[in-house]
Design a protein around this ligand. Structure first.
Ligand code: NOJ
Length: 472
């Protein structure tokens, strides 16, 4: 039996209220996950899909009440699933009472956020300056994301204490752990200008020693299961990943390996052609890492089937047949969902990131049409659409469905030691999307052929040469 854990991400508004989520658990649980990572359900003005929290101890009314949350925990317990709350540490909403008090120079709260007299040249991850002037305070505050998401000041012990309290509040209510948002950019080393071309300022706050210490204080206990979401695409070296995870986390969510599918953290303008060679080599380098969490989709990326123009079963094989210690499946991925047809009017997009991407593209000289085409392809709103439960039920009953393929491959990943523990031996990587590798464990050798181009079926052969899994 594998000691590794499967995480399943739920982006709540794509399902409904907490009660709706609880009602769906029995069906979703047939996938066999250990944890559900729940994107934020806290009280929020919803500027960034819940990642702008105005009260960490209150459920947003759109999702229900604390009683509904208790019910969800009870249902998950019944299915032996732990809930991982999304812990947004780096910033709050500008409507959080801490910020409102800080702006007014309240003696207790004045240093809860990062205030400066003169703005620096730092850029926010969503594009545009990372410092905003507050008329009320007469100073500038830092926001690595939207201006309605001011950055907390982690040099202030009171802020750390607030989060200790919030963590306890939720673990007391049955939460098994946390997925920590923007985990490696919490505390700045220096408030001075920076020179990295796309995001000046980055190296002043990127995984500082201070940040690692803070996280260790907050989460470095065996009782809490914690997954880091580090920011920074390819900048993260293995040593850095190890330092972050060893001290505070059980696993680190994807970094660098997902950037082919993402415009946001990789700081690219659009999704170009997939460079399969580069990407597969990256996967081969990262996935054997013990605490690495490999995902193909999240609420921040378009659907993988569309991004790679590949069949869902081959993608499932890529995710579960590479060494995958903490794989994370995003809701709807197990149905093989593709990007929906999104609107051509930017005002119809709820996500702040899509709108800011559009504005950036326009500023950079793209026509309206060009900018919209890129947004449609790359938008995070692609993955945030409501799940069609009728489809879920149909797939549940169809042996050949993508859903049942996922269930089978997950079972194999859990039960077959060659798949869970075997060493990875890369054999062939082609720029057309073909990836051949072996998994070897104590003299047993399984052969994996992944073909994302769709020319040949993807297959898994056991040590006797029998095909035990095929995408066709
Ligand atoms: C990462 C989250 O995944 C993303 O959705 C959000 O916009 C940023 N962090 C800011 O919280």
């Amino acid at each position: 039996m594998s000691k590794h854990k499967l995480i399943y991400q739920i982006y709540p508004s794509a399902i409904g209220t907490l009660q709706d989520i609880a009602d769906r658990i029995p069906l979703i649980a047939k996938l066999g996950m250990d944890y559900i990572w729940l994107s934020p359900v806290f009280y929020s003005p919803w500027v960034d899909g819940g990642y702008d929290v105005a009260d960490y101890k209150r459920i947003d009314p759109r999702f229900g009440t604390m009683n509904d949350f208790r019910h969800l925990v009870a249902v998950c317990n019944k299915y032996h699933i732990g809930i991982l709350h999304d812990l947004v540490l780096n910033h709050t909403s500008s409507e959080h009472p801490w910020f409102l008090a800080s702006e007014r120079h309240d003696p207790w709260y004045k240093d809860y956020y990062v205030w400066v007299d003169k703005p620096l040249n730092w850029q926010s991850f969503f594009g545009g300056p990372a410092f905003e002037y507050s008329q009320i305070r007469g100073k500038y505050y830092l926001h690595l994301y939207d201006k309605k998401q001011p950055d907390l000041n982690f040099d202030n012990p009171r802020v750390i204490k607030e989060f200790k309290d919030i963590i306890k509040f939720w673990t007391d209510r049955g939460v098994a752990g946390f997925r920590v948002d923007s985990a490696n950019v919490l505390a700045e080393d220096a408030l001075k200008s920076g020179y990295l071309p796309r995001i000046p300022g980055f190296f002043n706050y990127y995984q500082t020693k201070k940040t690692v210490k803070i996280l260790e204080k907050l989460l470095g206990t065996d009782k809490i299961f914690a997954v880091a979401e580090p920011v920074g695409g390819d900048f993260m070296s293995k040593t850095r990943l190890h330092e972050l995870t060893r001290k505070a986390f059980d696993a680190s969510f994807n970094i660098g390996t997902l950037d082919v599918a993402d415009t946001f953290f990789s700081m690219k303008d659009h999704l170009g052609k997939v460079h399969y060679r580069r990407w597969f080599w990256k996967l081969a380098r990262w996935t054997p890492e013990e605490r690495f969490s490999f995902a193909l989709e999240t609420h921040d990326t378009p659907r993988a089937v569309s991004r790679f123009n590949a069949d869902a079963k081959s993608l499932a094989m890529l995710q579960f047949l590479l060494p995958s210690h903490y794989p994370c499946v995003y809701q709807g991925q197990e149905l093989g969902l593709a990007n929906p047809k999104l609107s051509s009017n930017i005002n119809d997009y709820p996500g702040v990131a899509s709108r800011q991407l559009y504005q950036r593209l326009r500023r950079e000289g793209r026509t309206k049409k060009q900018a919209m085409n890129i947004v449609k392809q790359a938008s995070r709103d692609n993955a945030r659409q409501p799940i069609d439960w009728a489809d879920y039920i149909l797939q549940d009953h169809n042996e050949k469905s993508v859903l049942n393929f996922y269930r089978n491959i997950i079972k194999l990943w859990r039960e077959d030691i060659v798949i869970s523990e075997g060493e990875l031996k890369v054999k062939r990587i082609s720029k057309r999307g073909i990836f051949d590798f072996d998994r070897v464990y104590k003299g047993k050798r399984y052969k994996v052929h992944i073909d994302l181009s769709g020319h040949t079926p993807s297959t898994l052969k056991n040590d006797l040469g029998q095909v035990i899994l095929s995408s066709k």
